[in-house]
Design a protein around this ligand. Structure first.
Ligand SMILES: [Zn+2]
Length: 214
């Protein structure tokens, strides 16, 4: 396997590992073309992951690598911390929280994994436009998982919402906060301020979990 595909596989694994830490189910979806034997000894292409865009055009390439299906608490979709207290009394709010804490909405989140500085191709941009047009979420992820973990954190997605048995294929890990920072090596709790800044020689960096890639 080439260096580039090794790097892409490691990044793919890191995304899947991140999802496992947050209790998020994933599917591999990327478009692929395979040549298979056809009539009269000729080969013919077989397309996986074909899709039709909002203008009706058929694409045989460009579907994102992964479809994540996080279950987002309805409460976190509707309220930002602190903003509701002006509108409701504490007892009304307690009743709302009590009712809504068990209501979840599954949000489609598409991830295109790029190794190094890899850029999206035309069909991949078209795919992004298509799913965002439909109100879905799209991320391009390089080595850095922080955009994804930020989205999960800010939408109340966590493993404890839906405890499940870890998948047997993976190395068991505990919580995201138990992983070392990819910049400074410290744990989450050892970072400072509300932005979770790295200490010492790593000024200008913020906490970002180092997800195992093997
Ligand atoms: Zn750090």
């Amino acid at each position: 396997m080439s260096k580039a595909s090794d790097a892409a596989n490691a990044a793919m694994y890191a995304v899947e590992k991140t999802c496992e830490l947050y209790g998020v189910e994933t599917l591999r979806m990327q478009s692929r073309t395979v040549l298979v034997p056809g009539a009269a000894g000729r080969t013919r292409p077989l397309f996986f992951g074909q899709w039709r865009d909002q203008f009706g055009e058929l694409h045989t390439r460009g579907m994102a690598d992964l479809l994540l299906r996080p279950r987002v608490p309805m409460f976190d979709l509707m309220f930002k911390p602190g903003e509701y207290v002006l509108c409701y009394s504490p007892s009304e709010m307690a009743a709302i929280i009590n009712r809504m804490k068990n209501v979840f909405v599954t949000v489609p989140v598409w991830v295109e994994v790029k190794s190094g500085r890899g850029e999206m191709r035309h069909d991949q941009h078209a795919f992004r436009n298509y799913v965002e047009w439909n109100g879905e979420v799209f991320f391009t992820i390089h080595e850095e998982m922080k955009p994804l973990t930020d989205w999960f954190d800010s939408h109340g997605v966590k493993q404890s919402n839906f405890p499940r048995i870890p998948k047997p294929v993976s190395v068991p890990v505990g919580e995201v906060a138990d992983l070392p920072c990819r910049h400074c090596g410290d744990f989450k709790a050892q970072h400072t301020g509300t932005i979770l800044a790295c200490r010492l020689l790593h000024t200008g960096r913020v906490w970002s979990p180092k997800i195992p890639t093997k």
